[in-house]
Design a protein around this ligand. Structure first.
Ligand SMILES: O=C(O)COP(=O)(O)O
Ligand SMILES: [Mg+2]
Length: 223
């Protein structure tokens, strides 16, 4: 194996915000509440479903500490597995994954999205074939930015810390990589809110066509 590359999912490989926005608004409409804007819901993505629901309730003037929270999480999750129709891969993702797999890298997913909808959207976009390990926000008892899911993904791939890179789009991913002590490549076109320069990262890229060369640079061939 040439090395191990672990990817975040939402905002990194796939632009899933339109489906997450639509699913959130469907719940609000069911309850006779006003819809939220795309930018609002996009800014709530990255820390998993319970956090997203907290932010949706707050933005709707409802108490996130009240009974609505568990109810909304339940109803959101029920919709989430089929919420794939508006989601696309970012440009160049598939050729980049093909190049990396072809070069002998083991690839994995470490996302805060629950593993059910993660598998559903990967199947829908025909991406499952690339990944030897897929961990979601409910795979362990902790989620990112706790480093445990990232460590577990690397372990499931049989990788070693010295030859592993983590690729993500957000503040949560930068913090996860820092706490896991792994190099972090940041994709700049996802759902990040902080300037790239203010987040710890090894390298930044805006085009997946550049990723194979960037990865090669940071994981030199074994002597
Ligand atoms: O479900 C989320 O909140 C975001 O998931 P991500 O970790 O793939 O960005
Ligand atoms: Mg993300």
């Amino acid at each position: 194996m040439r090395g191990t590359i672990v990817f975040d999912l939402d905002g990194t490989l796939i632009d899933s915000a339109p489906d997450i926005h639509a699913a959130s608004n469907a719940l609000l409409v069911e309850d006779g509440l006003p819809e939220l804007t795309f930018e609002q819901v996009k800014s709530f993505i990255g820390k998993g479903v319970p956090h997203l629901v907290t932010r949706v309730l707050e933005a709707s003037g409802l108490d996130p500490a009240g009974p609505k929270h568990a109810e909304f999480v339940h109803r959101f999750e029920a919709r989430y597995e089929t919420a794939v129709g508006l989601t696309v891969t970012y440009p160049g993702v598939v050729p980049a994954l093909e190049a990396l797999a072809g070069a002998g890298f083991a690839l994995g997913i470490c996302t805060n999205k629950p593993v059910g909808p993660t598998r559903a959207v990967l199947d829908h976009l025909d991406l499952t074939r690339f990944f030897g390990a897929i961990l979601g926000g409910d795979s362990l008892t902790v989620r990112k930015p706790d480093p445990a899911p990232l460590h577990a993904t690397v372990a499931a791939l049989g990788g070693s810390a010295e030859r592993t890179l983590y690729v993500g789009d957000s503040e949560v991913d930068a913090e996860t990589a820092r706490r896991a002590a792994l190099p972090f490549l940041i994709y700049t076109e996802g759902y990040r809110k902080t300037p790239v320069a203010d987040l710890p990262h090894t390298a930044a890229f805006s085009d997946f066509a550049d990723l194979p060369a960037l990865v090669a640079h940071h994981t030199p061939p074994r002597p």
